[in-house]
Design a protein around this ligand. Structure first.
Ligand code: SF4
Length: 94
């Protein structure tokens, strides 16, 4: 996807996507709360965020509220959907 960077400038700091850290206990609540659209359980026992063009904020907020170990949070991302600020999936965010 080629996007004129000058058009993205106003969005800096506004783009975000859900993130799951390593405290996930594989309970699957986030998967079902979001109708399997945004989270998928992997073989390592962790929920993985699925890449989407847009995330329904209300559904993700419901997933955040349903997580028993507070493993889900919103994190900044770029226009390609990659986390910024050195954040990686399943890394604990302080
Ligand atoms: S709700 Fe939380 S603990 Fe359960 S699978 Fe999702 S991220 Fe992991």
């Amino acid at each position: 996807m080629n996007i004129d960077p000058t058009k993205l400038a106003p969005l800096q700091g506004l783009l975000k996507k859900p993130h799951v850290n390593s405290t996930c206990i594989w309970c699957s609540a986030c998967v079902y709360v979001t109708d399997e659209a945004y989270f998928k359980l992997n073989d390592d026992g962790l929920s993985c965020v699925q890449k989407q063009e847009n995330y329904n904020e209300s559904m993700v907020d419901d997933a955040i509220a349903s997580c028993p170990v507070n493993a889900i949070s919103w994190q900044a991302c770029d226009a390609e959907g990659n986390y910024t600020n050195g954040v990686t999936e399943h890394k604990d965010i302080v």
